[in-house]
Design a protein around this ligand. Structure first.
Ligand code: GLA
Length: 353
């Protein structure tokens, strides 16, 4: 694929109380088509062919802006910030400053407060080589976090049928930041049922065990001998009902895997294959961790773009990230960002068929 094959189309896509929303559709000319909203930077659909040439949308989401406004809870496809996943009791200390961010998930803070970056309108530009650049300035004190945060998230399609996401952020005061994307995938097609037959591999020898409120205990535990061992490809449904404390706490998989070889930078960390269609997803990231979430909190109370209700397990999220609650665990890779530094993170979701 040459870069000239990338095309980008823009269309108006409704409005929110915060303003009008646009949808940008990136096509690479060899079958991959990805639509992104300026609201939340949401990846609204990912169209991928199967081995027989039949195209389907493999990302969970809604057919209209109203769906996203009515159902922010699952964070379908959205940019998550300022802090992906949980901070215990919404509290941490940085440079002697005690910070309290809003608590929105039982006793804890989840995904950066209400509203987080998933509910903001991002400023969009398109580059000459077909990348969509989203920009947002989060003022000092936004979601309770110190410092102004200038954030840029760039979406582009790669020659290998990848959706590449580059995150950059700078600040004017010491703060913490942990950005991710909350796409849910169903490689058999959105609305086609659960993903338990998807075969998953995660290149991680360890994970961060959690307590009953899904806050890491601080331990880095081996996956060996647990249902969290995905070092060899295993169907998601094969062990999801095993009576293991961690699966009880998460109502399934909802954990941070400690990815191997963090020093290697951008590397392959996970692979998903759907036997029925032949579609696959390879995840590359620069991040040290990844939350594999098996859609446990989807309860059949709303319908997605396909018109079908989403039930438990109907999609899987692979959220590349720093570890949950890092600001309270000095032994975890740091999420601190200081003036003069640039937060940089890259993830590629590469599709095959
Ligand atoms: C993450 C969290 C889950 C849940 C989902 C969104 O994966 O770890 O507990 O909040 O986001 O529903």
């Amino acid at each position: 694929m040459s870069l000239d094959a990338v095309s980008v189309a823009q269309e108006a896509w409704g409005s929110t109380p915060a303003g009008a929303v646009d949808r940008y559709t990136l096509s690479n000319g060899s079958g991959l088509r990805v639509s992104v909203l300026t609201y939340g930077g949401i990846v609204q659909s990912i169209e991928v062919p199967d081995r027989g040439g039949n195209t389907a949308n493999v990302a969970l989401g809604f057919a209209s802006i109203q769906g996203y406004l009515d159902n922010p809870g699952p964070y379908f496809g959205a940019i998550i910030g300022r802090y992906g996943n949980r901070i215990a009791k919404g509290q941490f200390t940085i440079d002697g400053l005690a910070v309290q961010v809003p608590v929105n998930d039982g006793p804890n803070s989840l995904h950066g407060g209400t509203p987080g970056f998933d509910q903001r309108i991002w400023e969009a530009t398109v580059t000459d080589d077909g990348a969509l650049v989203l920009h947002h300035v989060s003022p000092d004190g936004d979601q309770g976090f110190p410092g102004t945060l200038w954030v840029t998230v760039t979406y582009r399609l790669t020659a290998d049928n990848g959706l590449r996401i580059d995150y950059r952020a700078t600040t004017d005061t010491a703060t913490v930041v942990n950005l991710t994307n909350h796409s849910y995938f169903n490689l058999a097609g959105d609305g086609s049922g659960n993903v338990y037959d998807h075969v998953l591999r995660i290149d991680a020898d360890a994970f961060t065990p959690v307590d009953a409120t899904l806050i890491p205990t601080g331990e880095i535990a081996p996956v060996d001998g647990t249902p969290l061992d995905f070092r060899t490809p295993t169907a998601i449904g094969e062990r999801i009902r095993e009576d293991h404390t961690q699966l009880r706490y998460g109502s399934g998989y909802d954990h941070n895997w400690v990815l191997n070889n963090p020093e290697a930078g951008l590397r392959v960390v996970a692979h998903v294959a759907e036997p029925g269609t032949g579609r696959s997803l390879t995840v590359h990231t620069t991040e040290p961790g990844m939350q594999f979430y098996s859609g446990n909190f989807l309860t059949g109370t709303f319908a997605g773009a396909s018109g079908h209700l989403y039930r438990q397990g109907d999609g899987l999220a692979l959220e590349t990230q720093h570890f949950p609650d890092s600001p309270n665990h000095p032994q975890f890779p740091t999420t601190e960002l200081r003036p003069g530094q640039t937060y940089e993170s890259t993830t590629v979701y590469e599709f095959g068929w």
